[in-house]
Design a protein around this ligand. Structure first.
Ligand code: AMP
Ligand code: GLY
Length: 414
Protein backbone atom coordinates (compact mmCIF):
# COMPACT_ATOMS: atom_id res chain seq x y z
CA UNK A 1 0.00 0.00 0.00
CA UNK A 2 1.27 3.45 -0.81
CA UNK A 3 0.05 6.80 -2.03
CA UNK A 4 -1.41 9.78 -0.25
CA UNK A 5 -4.59 9.37 1.70
CA UNK A 6 -6.95 12.12 2.87
CA UNK A 7 -7.93 11.66 6.50
CA UNK A 8 -10.80 12.89 8.67
CA UNK A 9 -10.38 12.89 12.47
CA UNK A 10 -13.50 13.25 14.62
CA UNK A 11 -13.17 15.11 17.93
CA UNK A 12 -11.59 18.25 19.30
CA UNK A 13 -9.67 17.44 22.48
CA UNK A 14 -6.08 16.85 23.45
CA UNK A 15 -6.35 13.24 22.26
CA UNK A 16 -7.35 14.41 18.78
CA UNK A 17 -4.52 16.97 18.73
CA UNK A 18 -2.07 14.16 19.50
CA UNK A 19 -3.65 11.97 16.79
CA UNK A 20 -3.50 14.79 14.21
CA UNK A 21 0.08 15.69 15.19
CA UNK A 22 1.22 12.09 14.66
CA UNK A 23 -0.87 11.46 11.51
CA UNK A 24 0.58 14.65 9.96
CA UNK A 25 4.13 13.25 10.33
CA UNK A 26 3.33 10.33 8.01
CA UNK A 27 4.48 10.50 4.40
CA UNK A 28 1.10 8.90 3.55
CA UNK A 29 -0.92 11.77 5.03
CA UNK A 30 -2.60 13.89 2.34
CA UNK A 31 -5.22 16.43 3.39
CA UNK A 32 -5.92 16.21 7.11
CA UNK A 33 -9.32 17.41 8.29
CA UNK A 34 -10.57 17.51 11.88
CA UNK A 35 -14.11 18.10 13.15
CA UNK A 36 -14.46 20.23 15.18
CA UNK A 37 -10.75 20.48 16.14
CA UNK A 38 -9.31 23.26 18.31
CA UNK A 39 -6.75 26.07 18.06
CA UNK A 40 -3.78 23.67 18.26
CA UNK A 41 -5.22 21.19 15.78
CA UNK A 42 -5.77 24.12 13.37
CA UNK A 43 -1.97 24.35 13.05
CA UNK A 44 -1.74 20.85 11.52
CA UNK A 45 -5.21 20.20 10.04
CA UNK A 46 -8.21 21.93 8.44
CA UNK A 47 -10.85 22.32 11.15
CA UNK A 48 -14.47 22.01 10.02
CA UNK A 49 -17.94 22.06 11.56
CA UNK A 50 -19.67 18.71 11.26
CA UNK A 51 -22.30 16.85 13.28
CA UNK A 52 -19.81 14.13 14.26
CA UNK A 53 -22.35 11.86 15.97
CA UNK A 54 -24.65 11.88 12.90
CA UNK A 55 -23.61 8.88 10.77
CA UNK A 56 -25.27 10.18 7.58
CA UNK A 57 -23.60 13.60 7.93
CA UNK A 58 -20.17 12.03 8.45
CA UNK A 59 -20.58 9.71 5.44
CA UNK A 60 -21.75 12.61 3.24
CA UNK A 61 -18.78 14.77 4.28
CA UNK A 62 -16.32 11.92 3.74
CA UNK A 63 -17.72 11.22 0.26
CA UNK A 64 -17.73 14.87 -0.81
CA UNK A 65 -14.14 15.30 0.34
CA UNK A 66 -12.65 12.06 -0.98
CA UNK A 67 -11.70 10.92 2.54
CA UNK A 68 -9.88 7.57 2.56
CA UNK A 69 -9.70 7.03 6.32
CA UNK A 70 -11.83 8.28 9.22
CA UNK A 71 -10.30 8.15 12.72
CA UNK A 72 -12.87 8.45 15.50
CA UNK A 73 -11.59 9.97 18.76
CA UNK A 74 -14.46 10.03 21.29
CA UNK A 75 -17.03 7.39 22.19
CA UNK A 76 -20.14 9.37 21.17
CA UNK A 77 -19.84 8.86 17.40
CA UNK A 78 -18.87 5.19 17.90
CA UNK A 79 -21.95 4.45 19.99
CA UNK A 80 -24.07 6.35 17.43
CA UNK A 81 -22.92 3.97 14.65
CA UNK A 82 -20.62 6.25 12.65
CA UNK A 83 -18.18 3.40 11.91
CA UNK A 84 -21.03 1.10 10.78
CA UNK A 85 -22.26 3.75 8.34
CA UNK A 86 -18.78 4.51 6.96
CA UNK A 87 -18.01 0.82 6.41
CA UNK A 88 -21.37 0.33 4.69
CA UNK A 89 -20.37 3.20 2.38
CA UNK A 90 -17.00 1.53 1.66
CA UNK A 91 -14.93 4.10 3.58
CA UNK A 92 -12.19 2.83 5.91
CA UNK A 93 -12.89 3.79 9.53
CA UNK A 94 -10.79 3.27 12.64
CA UNK A 95 -12.94 2.31 15.63
CA UNK A 96 -15.58 -0.25 16.65
CA UNK A 97 -19.12 -0.69 15.36
CA UNK A 98 -21.99 0.41 17.60
CA UNK A 99 -22.56 -3.20 18.67
CA UNK A 100 -18.92 -3.58 19.73
CA UNK A 101 -18.92 -0.13 21.37
CA UNK A 102 -21.36 -1.55 23.96
CA UNK A 103 -18.24 -2.65 25.83
CA UNK A 104 -18.02 1.00 26.89
CA UNK A 105 -21.61 2.18 26.43
CA UNK A 106 -23.14 -0.40 28.80
CA UNK A 107 -21.38 -1.41 31.99
CA UNK A 108 -24.09 -4.06 32.50
CA UNK A 109 -23.36 -5.60 29.08
CA UNK A 110 -19.66 -5.83 29.93
CA UNK A 111 -20.27 -7.24 33.42
CA UNK A 112 -22.55 -9.94 32.01
CA UNK A 113 -19.94 -10.81 29.36
CA UNK A 114 -17.24 -10.99 32.05
CA UNK A 115 -19.38 -13.27 34.21
CA UNK A 116 -20.24 -15.56 31.29
CA UNK A 117 -16.57 -15.92 30.35
CA UNK A 118 -15.08 -16.12 33.85
CA UNK A 119 -13.19 -12.84 33.36
CA UNK A 120 -11.93 -11.52 36.73
CA UNK A 121 -13.92 -8.44 37.76
CA UNK A 122 -15.81 -7.11 40.80
CA UNK A 123 -18.98 -8.96 41.85
CA UNK A 124 -22.08 -6.98 40.81
CA UNK A 125 -25.81 -6.75 40.34
CA UNK A 126 -27.74 -4.91 37.63
CA UNK A 127 -30.94 -2.96 38.24
CA UNK A 128 -33.36 -1.45 35.72
CA UNK A 129 -33.69 1.75 37.75
CA UNK A 130 -32.36 3.59 40.79
CA UNK A 131 -35.58 2.78 42.65
CA UNK A 132 -35.05 -0.96 42.10
CA UNK A 133 -31.50 -0.71 43.50
CA UNK A 134 -32.52 1.21 46.64
CA UNK A 135 -32.80 -1.65 49.12
CA UNK A 136 -29.69 -3.42 47.81
CA UNK A 137 -27.54 -0.27 48.20
CA UNK A 138 -29.06 0.53 51.61
CA UNK A 139 -27.84 -2.76 53.11
CA UNK A 140 -24.72 -3.50 50.96
CA UNK A 141 -21.44 -4.10 52.83
CA UNK A 142 -19.13 -1.05 52.60
CA UNK A 143 -17.61 0.45 50.59
CA UNK A 144 -20.23 0.04 47.87
CA UNK A 145 -19.67 1.08 44.25
CA UNK A 146 -22.66 2.63 42.45
CA UNK A 147 -22.50 3.17 38.67
CA UNK A 148 -24.79 4.54 36.01
CA UNK A 149 -25.03 1.78 33.40
CA UNK A 150 -24.62 4.07 30.38
CA UNK A 151 -22.10 6.68 29.19
CA UNK A 152 -21.48 9.35 31.82
CA UNK A 153 -18.28 11.13 30.67
CA UNK A 154 -16.26 9.74 33.59
CA UNK A 155 -18.74 11.00 36.18
CA UNK A 156 -21.07 8.05 36.59
CA UNK A 157 -19.14 6.16 39.31
CA UNK A 158 -19.28 6.63 43.09
CA UNK A 159 -17.23 4.61 45.55
CA UNK A 160 -19.35 5.17 48.70
CA UNK A 161 -18.04 4.73 52.23
CA UNK A 162 -21.51 4.84 53.74
CA UNK A 163 -24.86 3.48 52.63
CA UNK A 164 -26.26 7.03 52.75
CA UNK A 165 -23.59 8.21 50.30
CA UNK A 166 -24.46 5.26 48.06
CA UNK A 167 -28.13 6.20 48.15
CA UNK A 168 -27.27 9.83 47.35
CA UNK A 169 -25.29 8.67 44.30
CA UNK A 170 -28.22 6.50 43.29
CA UNK A 171 -30.57 9.48 43.47
CA UNK A 172 -28.49 11.21 40.76
CA UNK A 173 -28.81 8.32 38.30
CA UNK A 174 -31.47 8.35 35.65
CA UNK A 175 -31.75 4.91 34.03
CA UNK A 176 -30.23 1.48 34.69
CA UNK A 177 -27.74 0.97 37.52
CA UNK A 178 -24.87 -1.41 38.29
CA UNK A 179 -23.87 -1.94 41.93
CA UNK A 180 -20.45 -3.51 42.53
CA UNK A 181 -18.29 -4.79 45.34
CA UNK A 182 -15.30 -2.53 45.97
CA UNK A 183 -11.89 -3.72 44.76
CA UNK A 184 -8.65 -2.39 46.16
CA UNK A 185 -5.21 -1.97 44.62
CA UNK A 186 -3.34 0.29 42.25
CA UNK A 187 -4.82 0.91 38.81
CA UNK A 188 -3.26 0.54 35.38
CA UNK A 189 -4.52 0.84 31.83
CA UNK A 190 -3.78 -1.65 29.06
CA UNK A 191 -4.39 -0.86 25.38
CA UNK A 192 -4.61 -3.19 22.40
CA UNK A 193 -5.41 -2.62 18.75
CA UNK A 194 -7.71 -5.24 17.26
CA UNK A 195 -8.76 -5.69 13.63
CA UNK A 196 -11.04 -8.69 14.03
CA UNK A 197 -8.21 -11.11 13.16
CA UNK A 198 -5.19 -10.17 15.22
CA UNK A 199 -4.09 -7.75 17.89
CA UNK A 200 -1.18 -5.41 18.59
CA UNK A 201 -0.40 -4.63 22.21
CA UNK A 202 0.31 -0.94 22.84
CA UNK A 203 2.28 0.52 25.77
CA UNK A 204 0.46 0.70 29.10
CA UNK A 205 -0.34 3.84 31.08
CA UNK A 206 -1.38 5.00 34.51
CA UNK A 207 -3.70 7.96 34.74
CA UNK A 208 -4.42 10.36 37.58
CA UNK A 209 -8.19 10.72 37.81
CA UNK A 210 -8.73 12.94 40.84
CA UNK A 211 -8.59 16.68 40.35
CA UNK A 212 -6.21 17.55 43.22
CA UNK A 213 -2.80 16.39 44.50
CA UNK A 214 -2.53 13.17 46.52
CA UNK A 215 -5.61 11.85 44.71
CA UNK A 216 -8.12 14.13 46.41
CA UNK A 217 -11.22 15.88 45.10
CA UNK A 218 -13.71 14.64 42.53
CA UNK A 219 -12.92 12.35 39.59
CA UNK A 220 -12.14 14.03 36.28
CA UNK A 221 -11.52 12.84 32.73
CA UNK A 222 -7.84 12.64 33.75
CA UNK A 223 -5.30 15.18 35.10
CA UNK A 224 -2.13 13.42 33.98
CA UNK A 225 -0.55 10.21 32.74
CA UNK A 226 2.64 8.23 32.93
CA UNK A 227 3.46 5.58 30.31
CA UNK A 228 4.40 2.79 30.86
CA UNK A 229 2.33 2.14 34.00
CA UNK A 230 5.00 1.71 36.72
CA UNK A 231 3.31 -1.25 38.44
CA UNK A 232 2.11 -3.25 35.44
CA UNK A 233 4.96 -5.75 35.03
CA UNK A 234 5.22 -7.80 31.85
CA UNK A 235 3.93 -10.81 33.79
CA UNK A 236 0.84 -8.94 35.02
CA UNK A 237 0.25 -7.52 31.55
CA UNK A 238 0.40 -10.99 29.99
CA UNK A 239 -1.98 -12.30 32.61
CA UNK A 240 -4.44 -9.45 31.93
CA UNK A 241 -4.19 -10.14 28.20
CA UNK A 242 -4.85 -13.86 28.67
CA UNK A 243 -7.55 -13.59 31.34
CA UNK A 244 -9.34 -10.37 30.37
CA UNK A 245 -8.61 -9.00 26.89
CA UNK A 246 -8.43 -12.16 24.75
CA UNK A 247 -11.59 -13.79 26.20
CA UNK A 248 -13.46 -10.52 25.61
CA UNK A 249 -12.34 -10.31 21.99
CA UNK A 250 -13.26 -13.99 21.51
CA UNK A 251 -16.72 -13.43 23.01
CA UNK A 252 -17.37 -10.43 20.77
CA UNK A 253 -16.26 -12.34 17.66
CA UNK A 254 -18.38 -15.38 18.55
CA UNK A 255 -21.42 -13.13 19.03
CA UNK A 256 -20.98 -11.87 15.45
CA UNK A 257 -19.92 -8.41 16.67
CA UNK A 258 -16.11 -8.52 16.45
CA UNK A 259 -14.32 -5.66 18.14
CA UNK A 260 -12.12 -3.45 15.96
CA UNK A 261 -10.18 -0.35 16.98
CA UNK A 262 -8.44 0.32 20.29
CA UNK A 263 -9.65 -1.54 23.36
CA UNK A 264 -8.69 0.24 26.57
CA UNK A 265 -8.89 -2.02 29.63
CA UNK A 266 -8.98 -0.23 32.99
CA UNK A 267 -7.47 -2.69 35.48
CA UNK A 268 -7.14 -2.92 39.21
CA UNK A 269 -4.04 -4.83 40.33
CA UNK A 270 -5.54 -6.67 43.30
CA UNK A 271 -3.91 -9.18 45.62
CA UNK A 272 -5.63 -11.87 43.50
CA UNK A 273 -4.23 -10.52 40.23
CA UNK A 274 -5.48 -8.02 37.64
CA UNK A 275 -9.24 -7.45 37.58
CA UNK A 276 -11.29 -5.56 35.00
CA UNK A 277 -12.80 -2.27 36.18
CA UNK A 278 -14.09 -1.09 32.82
CA UNK A 279 -13.48 -1.04 29.10
CA UNK A 280 -13.25 2.00 26.89
CA UNK A 281 -13.47 1.51 23.14
CA UNK A 282 -11.18 4.37 22.11
CA UNK A 283 -7.87 5.97 22.99
CA UNK A 284 -7.87 7.59 26.43
CA UNK A 285 -7.61 11.33 26.87
CA UNK A 286 -4.93 12.24 28.09
CA UNK A 287 -3.49 8.70 27.73
CA UNK A 288 -3.18 9.15 23.95
CA UNK A 289 -1.04 12.24 24.44
CA UNK A 290 1.53 10.10 26.29
CA UNK A 291 1.23 6.94 24.16
CA UNK A 292 1.57 8.66 20.79
CA UNK A 293 4.70 10.45 21.92
CA UNK A 294 6.30 7.00 22.25
CA UNK A 295 5.19 5.70 18.81
CA UNK A 296 8.17 5.55 16.47
CA UNK A 297 6.40 4.18 13.40
CA UNK A 298 3.82 5.56 11.01
CA UNK A 299 0.39 6.17 12.56
CA UNK A 300 -1.41 6.36 9.20
CA UNK A 301 -0.13 2.89 8.26
CA UNK A 302 -1.03 1.50 11.67
CA UNK A 303 -4.59 2.85 11.87
CA UNK A 304 -5.32 2.12 8.21
CA UNK A 305 -4.07 -1.46 8.58
CA UNK A 306 -6.27 -1.86 11.65
CA UNK A 307 -9.31 -0.44 9.82
CA UNK A 308 -8.69 -2.75 6.84
CA UNK A 309 -8.07 -5.96 8.79
CA UNK A 310 -4.35 -6.01 7.91
CA UNK A 311 -2.92 -5.40 11.37
CA UNK A 312 -0.72 -8.49 11.12
CA UNK A 313 1.26 -6.74 8.33
CA UNK A 314 2.37 -3.91 10.62
CA UNK A 315 4.58 -4.08 13.71
CA UNK A 316 4.47 -0.77 15.56
CA UNK A 317 7.65 0.17 17.42
CA UNK A 318 7.69 2.20 20.59
CA UNK A 319 10.31 4.26 22.33
CA UNK A 320 11.74 2.70 25.50
CA UNK A 321 11.57 6.11 27.10
CA UNK A 322 8.95 7.10 29.66
CA UNK A 323 6.28 9.63 28.70
CA UNK A 324 4.65 11.97 31.20
CA UNK A 325 1.64 14.13 30.39
CA UNK A 326 0.38 16.91 32.67
CA UNK A 327 -3.03 18.43 32.08
CA UNK A 328 -3.35 22.19 32.52
CA UNK A 329 -7.01 22.73 33.41
CA UNK A 330 -9.18 25.84 33.72
CA UNK A 331 -9.88 27.06 37.25
CA UNK A 332 -13.17 25.57 38.41
CA UNK A 333 -12.76 22.28 36.47
CA UNK A 334 -14.40 19.72 36.73
CA UNK A 335 -17.48 21.54 38.02
CA UNK A 336 -17.65 24.99 36.35
CA UNK A 337 -14.45 25.80 34.43
CA UNK A 338 -13.81 29.49 33.80
CA UNK A 339 -13.19 30.05 30.09
CA UNK A 340 -12.08 33.00 27.97
CA UNK A 341 -8.83 33.64 29.90
CA UNK A 342 -5.69 34.46 27.88
CA UNK A 343 -2.88 31.90 27.46
CA UNK A 344 0.63 32.83 26.35
CA UNK A 345 4.24 31.59 26.05
CA UNK A 346 3.45 28.17 24.59
CA UNK A 347 6.44 28.50 22.25
CA UNK A 348 8.77 28.97 25.21
CA UNK A 349 7.40 25.76 26.74
CA UNK A 350 7.71 23.83 23.47
CA UNK A 351 11.29 25.08 23.03
CA UNK A 352 12.31 22.85 25.93
CA UNK A 353 11.53 19.83 23.75
CA UNK A 354 8.02 18.90 24.90
CA UNK A 355 4.76 18.64 22.99
CA UNK A 356 2.10 21.14 24.03
CA UNK A 357 -1.18 19.53 22.99
CA UNK A 358 -4.29 21.70 22.97
CA UNK A 359 -7.63 20.48 24.33
CA UNK A 360 -10.14 23.26 25.12
CA UNK A 361 -8.57 26.22 23.31
CA UNK A 362 -9.70 28.71 20.69
CA UNK A 363 -8.56 32.01 19.16
CA UNK A 364 -10.48 35.13 20.21
CA UNK A 365 -11.50 37.93 17.83
CA UNK A 366 -8.00 39.42 17.92
CA UNK A 367 -6.34 36.06 17.25
CA UNK A 368 -5.14 35.52 20.82
CA UNK A 369 -5.25 32.05 22.40
CA UNK A 370 -7.91 31.64 25.11
CA UNK A 371 -9.27 28.83 27.28
CA UNK A 372 -12.43 27.27 25.89
CA UNK A 373 -13.03 24.17 28.01
CA UNK A 374 -12.27 22.32 31.24
CA UNK A 375 -9.06 20.57 30.28
CA UNK A 376 -7.20 23.15 28.21
CA UNK A 377 -3.64 21.94 27.51
CA UNK A 378 -1.73 18.66 27.88
CA UNK A 379 2.04 19.03 28.18
CA UNK A 380 3.79 15.80 27.20
CA UNK A 381 7.47 14.99 27.69
CA UNK A 382 9.76 12.01 27.09
CA UNK A 383 12.64 11.10 29.37
CA UNK A 384 15.05 8.26 30.07
CA UNK A 385 12.97 7.49 33.17
CA UNK A 386 9.96 8.78 35.04
CA UNK A 387 11.96 11.39 36.96
CA UNK A 388 13.50 12.86 33.84
CA UNK A 389 10.24 13.00 31.88
CA UNK A 390 8.46 14.49 34.87
CA UNK A 391 11.10 17.21 35.44
CA UNK A 392 10.98 18.23 31.79
CA UNK A 393 7.17 18.35 31.68
CA UNK A 394 7.01 20.49 34.83
CA UNK A 395 9.82 22.80 33.63
CA UNK A 396 7.83 23.36 30.42
CA UNK A 397 4.47 23.94 32.10
CA UNK A 398 6.06 26.61 34.31
CA UNK A 399 7.00 28.57 31.16
CA UNK A 400 3.34 28.99 30.20
CA UNK A 401 1.70 32.28 31.13
CA UNK A 402 -1.90 31.62 32.08
CA UNK A 403 -3.65 33.07 35.10
CA UNK A 404 -6.83 31.06 34.67
CA UNK A 405 -5.36 27.58 35.00
CA UNK A 406 -4.12 24.99 37.50
CA UNK A 407 -2.40 21.59 37.36
CA UNK A 408 -1.49 18.78 39.74
CA UNK A 409 2.04 18.91 41.12
CA UNK A 410 2.36 15.18 41.77
CA UNK A 411 1.92 13.55 38.36
CA UNK A 412 4.36 10.63 38.01
CA UNK A 413 5.92 11.43 41.37
CA UNK A 414 8.23 8.66 42.56
P1 AMP B 1 -14.83 3.69 35.74
O1 AMP B 1 -15.48 4.92 35.16
O2 AMP B 1 -15.69 2.48 35.72
O3 AMP B 1 -13.42 3.50 35.29
O4 AMP B 1 -14.63 4.05 37.29
C1 AMP B 1 -13.95 5.21 37.69
C2 AMP B 1 -13.06 4.89 38.85
O5 AMP B 1 -13.87 4.42 39.94
C3 AMP B 1 -12.07 3.78 38.60
O6 AMP B 1 -10.92 4.23 37.97
C4 AMP B 1 -11.81 3.29 39.99
O7 AMP B 1 -10.90 4.14 40.65
C5 AMP B 1 -13.16 3.43 40.66
N1 AMP B 1 -13.89 2.15 40.61
C6 AMP B 1 -14.74 1.71 39.65
N2 AMP B 1 -15.21 0.49 39.94
C7 AMP B 1 -14.65 0.11 41.11
C8 AMP B 1 -14.72 -1.03 41.97
N3 AMP B 1 -15.53 -2.06 41.67
N4 AMP B 1 -13.99 -1.04 43.10
C9 AMP B 1 -13.21 0.02 43.44
N5 AMP B 1 -13.09 1.13 42.69
C10 AMP B 1 -13.80 1.20 41.54
N1 GLY C 1 -8.66 9.34 30.81
C1 GLY C 1 -9.73 8.43 30.88
C2 GLY C 1 -10.45 8.21 29.64
O1 GLY C 1 -10.10 8.66 28.57
O2 GLY C 1 -11.47 7.53 29.70
Amino acid sequence: MSGLIDILVLGGGGREHALCWKLRQSPRCGRLVCAPGNAGIAEVADCVDLAIADPAAVVAFARENGIGLVVVGPEGPLVAGVVDALRAAGIAAFGPTAAAARLEASKGFTKDLARARGIPTAGYRRFASAADAHHYVAVHPLPVVVKADGLAAGKGVTVADSNEEGLAALADIDGPVVVEECLTGPEASLFVLADGNSIAVLPSAQDYKRVFDEDTGPNTGGMGVVSPAPLLTDALRDRALAEIVMPTLAAMAEAGTPFTGVLYAGLMLTADGPKLIEFNVRFGDPEAQALLLRLQGDLVELLLACAEGRLAEVTPTWSDETAVTIVYAAMGYPVTPITGTLIDNLDEAAALGVQVFHAGTRRNASGKLVAAGGRVLAISALGADRGEARSLAYAAIRKIRWHGGFYRRDIAKI
